[in-house]
Ligand binder design. Sequence first.
Ligand SMILES: [Zn+2]
Length: 474
Amino acid sequence: MKTKQDVIRWLGEHADEFIHLANQIWARPELAWEEVFSSRLQADYLESQGFRITWNVAGMPTAFCAGWGSGRPVLGFAGEYDALPGLSQKVQTSPEPVVPGGPGHGCGHNLLGTGCLAAAAAARYWLEANGKPGTLRYYGCPAEEGGGAKTFMARAGTFDDLDAALNFHPDQANYAMKGSNLGIYHLRFRFHGIAAHAGSAPHLGRSALDAVELMNVGVNYLREHVTSDVRIHYAITHGGDAPNIVPAEAEVSYLIRAHQPDTLEQVTERVRKVAAGAAMMTETQMEIIFDSAFSSLLNNHYLADLQYEAMKWIGPIEYTPEELAFAQGINDRYPAGNVEALFKTLRPPAGYGELLARFRGRALISENFPSLDEGAIRTSSTDVGDLSRVAPLSLLRTTCAPTGAPAHGWGFAAAAGMSIGHKGMLHAARIMALTAVDLLDNPLHIQKAREEFELAMQETPYHCPMPAEVQPPS
Ligand SMILES: [Zn+2]
């Protein structure tokens, strides 16, 4: 397996194995931190390919590292495998769960992890055949959906010796990201008051619910005085039990997002002050529970260009009439304007209107794009952000779903369980494997990627947003 053609051929010959792995994970969706089956399945496969497995990475039982080779460069592939609650979905063009209320792969992480795994396995055989130095690592990363395993791993130094990292996410088009997104804090504010009979002794009570409501009012005023990249959302997770008892306990869960790390810190500090003010007003005690924190993404443009070279070499994805009809069937179920929401960002990328015109009326996007989001800031968040701030990273996106079906929805989950998703996953595996071969073959690529990375780090040094005392669930 000496050439790039050999790498592509090997992935083609083993495509059924990867599809089988992705299907097994799709059919047995596991929520964040519960990925016992999915992580074991992937680790067993990589072990069978000669990788050394280390479990319990950064103290997380469903996190593992599979390593092969020795010496530099050290390349990391960051895979995920967690599902989303309530998104159980059959492989069909209308919404219907396999298990009512059950979890499902509405973000396509069954494809994400398996695509990264396939690329790592292919690169391993190229490395062996060419007798070159180099270390490949596949990181099995749990709990991307809200848990943030990669943030814990980044804090623990797991990625510190990586020369470069590759990651892929299912999408509605083929391109390597050059844009960014928002960093996020997930905090819960719990207030402790004094219960009392609401009718006969309200003056003796101190309402924790009042504190929650006053905090929300305060934060809603704060909204007027933040930069336009800031997003603040809350849900009251406990609001008392009965109106005839002054609530002694109440809790509100907050997501606070911003693009720049220092903006995120400052806004979060102001939200904390509002919460403290609410506690003071109501004579209650306030407690903060830290759920997770992700940094915003720093995509390496040099690596993205390298991935685009690989895409051009491979060519577009080809779809059958049945796949196009399936995709159209899903699109028909969604609002017609959904394609407009595609790549919806805070700051639209250059040529955005022209791009939408090319996509409108098409069920699946088969061709490769150099980058669809240069200069764009998305309003979503991912823990890949923390990996991207400790090693040069390129986040690849490939078409795994119809144009009208956004991630975290039933249509995306349906596509992730059939050939449209599989084709996108295998496309990503080929692109990442060829990019890895380039990085292993020519030290200049690593050098260029690192120069860009070091420059960005000088401008905005990385501070892990997860406080030292917060530990992942064990
Ligand atoms: Zn996702």
